[in-house]
Unconditional design. Structure first.
Length: 324
């Protein structure tokens, strides 16, 4: 314990960095984050399987747990207090539009707009798609081997989705992230690829296949997986499916100290919402930045250390030589 009467200054952080990782929806198993072993990671290179969503703003943590008093005696007096509910909420604004930020900012399925087939009937969430293509053996998470005729159907800068055909499954579907919950058998063979998070940007097209700008979340293609071209994304207001992810937020101080907020289970609690931030004076022709907004409810996990139910772990890593 330091004897200096002046405490260490509070951290001064410019922004908050956000990271998300997929919860196993079938087993309700979150992704573990150990601040002792992983807390000092390089911000641009998070530990697997955490995905960086970049910087966020308007980060607000709202504890909503409730306590109640146990009364005894006449007149009644508080003997002790107990925790009645364990609950918390988090909200913030994303600074970019990506598939994942859109998905996290909506309360239901987030879909890929698959390239439509010729003569397809228009629908609100994307017309029937063009035929899916099977990658060849030897494909990896960053290189998809294709026949020359199939490779010619894609171009550098396009987006692809890769996953299995839908064959009548119910329950959670999508790999490696559950993109939807199917209650009744569907007829769209491309439905899993519509909701999959296994998407990537094409950086190069050759006569032998596609080179991807980043690795597919699911790694090398599974046997039977197929790919289709994606022209954009769409979400809907309504439905029964809730996005659920593990989340990590990092505030780094100017002296190298860090505050880390680890939420094992965050579930989206609002429909799609945006924030409009004016960039010029109000009036005709006002320029505004449109940002996706996310609001989440923290679901509890049982800490194996002592069996307590918790919704968030807040850690602080002091700067070197800081007072303790």
């Amino acid at each position: 314990m330091a004897t200096n009467s002046f405490p260490a200054p509070a951290p001064v952080a410019r922004r908050i960095r956000a990271y998300f990782a997929p919860v196993n929806r079938v087993t309700q198993t979150p992704v573990l984050f150990d601040p002792a072993e992983q807390g000092a990671f390089i911000l641009d290179n998070p530990p697997s399987p955490w995905i960086s969503l970049g910087w966020i703003q308007e980060f607000l943590r709202t504890p909503t747990s409730k306590t109640t008093a146990i009364l005894t005696g006449i007149p009644a007096a508080t003997m002790e207090q107990v925790r009645q509910t364990v609950d918390a909420e988090v909200s913030f604004e994303f600074l970019s539009w990506t598939k994942l930020t859109m998905a996290l900012a909506t309360g239901s399925q987030h879909m890929n707009l698959l390239a439509p087939g010729i003569g397809s009937t228009p629908t609100a969430d994307g017309a029937p798609a063009s035929s899916a293509i099977s990658p060849q053996s030897g494909s990896t998470a960053t290189s998809l081997l294709l026949a020359a005729a199939d490779a010619a159907k894609f171009s550098a800068g396009s987006i692809i989705a890769l996953d299995m055909d839908y064959t009548g499954q119910t329950g959670f579907i999508g790999s490696p992230v559950s993109g939807a919950y199917v209650r009744q058998v569907l007829t769209d063979a491309d439905y899993i690829r519509r909701v999959t998070f296994n998407v990537a940007l094409v950086s190069q097209v050759t006569s032998t296949g596609l080179t991807l700008a980043g690795p597919l979340l699911g790694g090398a293609p599974a046997v039977g997986a197929k790919l289709q071209s994606v022209i954009g994304f769409v979400d809907r207001e309504g439905g029964i499916f809730y996005q659920e992810w593990s989340a990590l937020f990092v505030a780094e101080g100017g002296l190298g100290e860090r505050i880390l907020y680890y939420y094992p289970r965050l579930q989206t609690m609002s429909s799609a919402e945006e924030a409009s931030i004016p960039l010029t004076s109000k009036g005709a022709g006002t320029l505004s930045r449109v940002l996706p907004k996310g609001r989440f409810r923290a679901l509890p996990v049982v800490d194996p250390l002592d069996g307590e139910k918790v919704v968030c772990y807040r850690s602080f890593l002091p700067a070197a030589n800081a007072l303790v």
